[in-house]
Design a protein around this ligand. Structure first.
Ligand SMILES: C[S@@+](CC[C@H](N)C(=O)[O-])C[C@H]1O[C@@H](n2cnc3c(N)ncnc32)[C@H](O)[C@@H]1O
Length: 240
C-alpha cells in the first residue's frame, strides 16, 4: 500500500517519536479499510496516543477535534509537540488518562482510535462494555490496530520470540480468533472487520530502524526470524 498521507511527515520527526511499528502508516491503512473516514465535525479520542503523533495526524489530515490521551507520556510533553506542529487547544487536547478511568461524558466521541495500545488494557472481555463503549455515540466507531500473532502460541513460545520479550510481554499478543472472542462478549458492539494488515514489513522496518531502546531490543527477535509468528491486526467496531 502507498502511504500517501503518512509519507508527508518528516522522517526524523516520525522516527524520534514512534513507540512501536510505524503508527501513522498503521492508522492510514486502518482508515483505508471499509471506506472509513473521519469528518471535521467529529470528536475523536486517540487512546494510548504515546507521543501523540497519530493525534497530530488526525488533527491535520481530518481537521477533527482530537483528545490525545496517554498514561506513560505526560500531557505537557505532548503539548510541546502539538505547539511545534502549529496545533491549538481548540484542535487537540493533550490529557493524562488511564483506560479504566477515562474522564469523559458518556456518548461524547464519534470515533475512538487505539494504535498499538488496546492490547495493554483491553484483554479482558469486560473492558470494552464497561469502560470504553459507553463513551462512544451510538453508530460511532472504535478503530484499533494491535501487534499480535498469526496463531496463539502461549503454550509453546518459540525461542526466537524470547530473545526480545518475556512470556509476560508475549501475553499481550494474540491472534484474530482471540480478539473475536473478546469483542463478541460485548453485545452492544458490532464487529465490522478484524483482519491482518498489509503494512507488516514496512511498519516494522520503520520501527526497527529507530534508535528507541525498545526498538533496539526488538531487533534481536525480529532478526532471528520471529516475524513469521507475528501479526499486525486491524479491528473496526461500531457501537450499535
Ligand atoms: C507501544 S505504546 C504506543 C504509543 C503510540 N500509540 C505509538 O504507536 O507510538 C503503548 C501506549 O499505550 C499506553 N497505555 C498502556 N496502558 C495504558 C492504560 N492502561 N491506559 C492508557 N494508556 C495506556 C502507554 O501509555 C503507551 O504510550
Amino acid at each position: 500500500m502507498k502511504y500517501i498521507k503518512s509519507n508527508k511527515y518528516d522522517k526524523n520527526f516520525v522516527k524520534n517519536n514512534i513507540m512501536g511499528p510505524n503508527p501513522l502508516k498503521l492508522l492510514e491503512e486502518l482508515l483505508s479499510l471499509h471506506s472509513m473516514t473521519i469528518s471535521p465535525t467529529d470528536t475523536v479520542l486517540d487512546l494510548g496516543c504515546g507521543r501523540g503523533i497519530t493525534s497530530i495526524f488526525l488533527a491535520k489530515e481530518y481537521q477533527a477535534k482530537i483528545f490525545a490521551a496517554d498514561l506513560w507520556i505526560t500531557p505537557t510533553d505532548n503539548k510541546k509537540r502539538f505547539d511545534e506542529m502549529g496545533l491549538t487547544s481548540n484542535q487537540i487536547v493533550p490529557i493524562s488518562a488511564e483506560a479504566h478511568a477515562l474522564p469523559f461524558a458518556e456518548e461524547f466521541f464519534d470515533v475512538v482510535t487505539c494504535v498499538d495500545s488496546y492490547n495493554f488494557f483491553g484483554l479482558d472481555k469486560e473492558y470494552l462494555g464497561k469502560h470504553l463503549l459507553p463513551l462512544i455515540k451510538h453508530g460511532g466507531y472504535l478503530l484499533i490496530t494491535v501487534p499480535g500473532l498469526k496463531k496463539d502460541i502461549h503454550d509453546n513460545i518459540p525461542a526466537e520470540m524470547l530473545l526480545s520479550w518475556s512470556a509476560e510481554n508475549i501475553e499481550t499478543l494474540h491472534d484474530i480468533k482471540f480478539w473475536q472472542q473478546i469483542f463478541k462478549a460485548t453485545e452492544e458492539a458490532e464487529i465490522i472487520s478484524l483482519q491482518e494488515m498489509l503494512g507488516f514489513d514496512e511498519c516494522w522496518n520503520d520501527w526497527l530502524a529507530s534508535d528507541n531502546e525498545y526498538a533496539i531490543n526488538d531487533r534481536k527477535s525480529m532478526n532471528a526470524g520471529a516475524g513469521k509468528y507475528m501479526n499486525l491486526i486491524a479491528m473496526i467496531l461500531r457501537r450499535k
